[in-house]
Design a protein around this ligand. Structure first.
Ligand SMILES: [Zn+2]
Length: 287
């Protein structure tokens, strides 16, 4: 591919962009592509060790202003962790929308703001959550995917006050974790999608682990990061007969002049079963 890509990764919570696509981002920044990230909510309520954990099981919680101050403080801690993790993956351009993660809704304000950012940054590839993840109603990942879809449509057009011209992305890849994972509730039981794109991240899995380790406030560091890597990236990897992979669901059918056969598929066809098993049994060192 001659043209370098402009890739915008849009996640609901601070950890999502890394959890879902940390290895893929590391590949693209190393290749010289531009990668930027949007974190839609401050995420202070999600798995936060102060707001979520220490409030759990109390008789009463602090009064409103003290709680609001606490949420603001925790949001800053999370933003710093995200900056550090992005630095490890070579991502410099970060946009925090600071939306409240209490009740995330598709609002005109968020759609308009994101559409303006799309017209300004002009990404040709967008990575985000699958808009029908979970129940698709009260699921913040799904709502984020929906906000992104509205913003993509709006960015195709003009908005008075925004001097940047309309823009279109060439492809959207939805995050596979969550959307294409093991069905575990009535919502995921009816899901009809699977990861149709796997990005092998075995060569950068240690970088992804280091990025997840930065996300301490969300409990992603340490044992949980290792569990995620093995159970999501490891499982997706086994699906593609590699050690670790990130899974994506592409939005639009691809158009080719010739049948798309990857170098990975050709290599796989030449391997014996045991050679293949040896290769995908590789485990990242965690000490
Ligand atoms: Zn999330």
């Amino acid at each position: 591919m001659a043209e370098s890509l402009r890739i915008l990764v849009i996640g609901a919570h601070p950890a999502d962009i890394f959890d879902q696509s940390g290895g893929t981002m590391a590949h693209h920044t190393a290749r010289g592509d531009w990668v930027g990230c949007v974190v839609l909510t401050h995420g202070a309520r999600v798995h936060d060790k102060v707001i979520s954990d220490s409030m759990h099981g109390r008789k009463t919680i602090p009064e409103a202003s003290a709680l609001e101050e606490m949420i603001e403080e925790r949001s800053d801690v999370k933003a710093q962790e995200v900056r550090r993790a992005c630095g490890l993956l070579g991502v410099e351009d970060l946009y925090f929308f600071g939306a409240d993660d209490s009740i995330l809704l598709v609002t005109e304000e968020l759609v308009r703001r994101l559409a303006r950012l799309l017209r300004e940054l002009r990404p040709n590839v967008i990575l985000t959550h699958y808009p029908k993840e979970g129940d698709g109603v009260a699921q913040p990942h799904a709502i984020t995917g929906q906000i992104v879809m509205h913003a993509i449509h709006f960015a195709h057009s003009v908005d008075p006050g925004d001097r940047n011209p309309p823009t279109k992305a060439a492809q959207v890849f939805f995050f596979g974790t969550g959307a294409a994972a093991v069905p575990s509730d009535v919502w995921s039981a009816r899901i009809g999608v699977y990861n149709d794109v796997l990005i092998e991240i075995t060569d950068v899995v240690d970088k992804k682990l280091a990025a997840l380790d930065c996300l301490e406030s969300q409990g992603y560091g340490g044992a949980y990061a290792r569990k995620r890597i093995e159970t999501s990236d490891g499982a997706f990897g086994v699906g593609g007969r590699v050690a670790y992979a990130e899974g994506f669901i592409k939005m639009d059918a691809e158009v080719h002049t010739y049948l798309p056969v990857t170098s990975h598929a050709l290599r796989l066809a030449k391997e014996s079963d045991h050679e293949m098993m040896r290769r995908h049994s590789y485990r990242v060192r965690v000490d």
